[in-house]
Design a protein around this ligand. Sequence first.
Ligand SMILES: Nc1nc2c(ncn2[C@@H]2O[C@H](COP(=O)(O)OP(=O)(O)OP(=O)(O)O)[C@@H](O)[C@H]2O)c(=O)[nH]1
Ligand SMILES: [K+]
Ligand SMILES: [Mg+2]
Length: 498
Amino acid sequence: MKFSVMMILLKKALKHAEVMRFSTYTFRKSTIYALSSGHGKCGVAVIRVTGPKASNAVQAIAGFSKLPEPRFAHLRNFRNVHNGDIIDKGLVIWFPGPKSFTGEDSCEFQVHGSLAVVNGILNSLSLIPSFRIAEAGEFTRRAYFNGKLDLTEVEGLADLLNAETEIQRKQAFLQSQGFLSKLYLEWKNDLSKELAHIEASIDFEETENLDSNKDESIKNISRIKQQIETHLLNGRKGEILRHGVKTVILGKPNVGKSSLFNLLCGRPAAIVTSTSGTTRDVLEVRLDISGYPLILVDTAGLAKHSSDPIELEGMKRAVEQLDNADLIIVVMDASDYSSWKINNKYLTFKDYLKCYMKNLELESYFFDCSERRSKPTIFVMNKSDLYSVETENVVSISCKTEKGFDNFLSTIGVELNKICGEPTKEHPCMNKTRHRQHLEDCLSEQNIFIEKYKASDMDVVILAEHLRRALRHLGKLVGSTSTEDLLDIIFSEFCIGK
Ligand SMILES: Nc1nc2c(ncn2[C@@H]2O[C@H](COP(=O)(O)OP(=O)(O)OP(=O)(O)O)[C@@H](O)[C@H]2O)c(=O)[nH]1
Ligand SMILES: [K+]
Ligand SMILES: [Mg+2]
């Protein structure tokens, strides 16, 4: 048998294996239920049911002899399945499959949100034959297996449930609506077309035809490759937005770092005293600034001469924070600046800044552009109530009077926008290590393909296999090929009832 024919048969077998995996899941299906709204006392609680026997819940609990009109809210008495007592009066909505979230027959009960009512309904559901309580993420898992959502949409939904700020919400919502998968599917489609050309030529042994298409093929694949590369570069923004922008406050002792930290938090989270070296440990809070998630870190002041082992440890920890910082806020003291003189002359701000950073032994972080360590930085001159400094590239503020604080907030907002960007439908950002991994692997397969194809030093059949692998990585991204382990990780991010 020819090698290329073997490859085609192997490919078909792999496809079959995928279909098998999907169908084994359907065999395991039972009807599941769960409280989908938050736990604890609340105005209204939502209980969801999905699975082949969901209609039994509508009939047994809401007392319909014939199923009600789908997707309409019906006000009904809900009865205890065991003794017929009325538990509560509420709304029931019937969603016959496949037009439901999971794609299966589903229904939703909206009841008064007390523990007793919710337990009453859940107990009744448990008495209906073949009903069981849902596992965490099981509703979404079913939606995925029924083709209602692909994997990046599932991830987007998980992020949406966890979103803390407006821009995080926007990124997650766009992803849950399929804008990221749309991009990946476009690339998958384009690459598939290129592969189809090559496969057709192999099957019919049309080597002349293959040669004439070579330049066109290389051009098309290079274009896709470049789009993926740009997407990866932008992806760093999406990843930071998803995790939060780690923002480290640094400076000499007593300049007002903790005062600024507290002002941003809106509460006295850190101890502030006039004693130099007050802060020792690294303090961290999560904040929402202009819709962006900020992980704000207060650190010990960096003193040049210290023999106190606790202070030295604090400084070591402060500097370590720089390694994975996304944004740095360097705080200075205006009264300190005003007192610095060299040869009896006051320093320009630029010279002062150089000396200041040299004192902190952090010059290379900010001034050595050849080093990759240079990070986005905001320079803040605090204590402007004592001495006013109006210079370019420095934000003047007084933590004592709060003068200049609004200006400081908008400066942070601008930086955050530069760091995270703002996700749009046209440019959705990747935001997970999983995405990066598959895209990088996809790129490296494309690179091998282009290089070997150009040099004509590889059998075309093997060459095509590199394109196939590149495609498989895109497939893994949207979840048309995935493993149970990966699915377990992704669905574990959901709570019960989603
Ligand atoms: N006049 C004036 N005093 C300030 C201002 N901000 C902070 N201070 C005072 O400066 C002193 C040091 O403030 P902290 O916030 O503890 O300074 P820090 O940089 O965190 O100090 P360490 O943790 O010791 O490194 C305190 O006495 C504050 O009240 C300001 O804007 N104006
Ligand atoms: K202090
Ligand atoms: Mg402090």
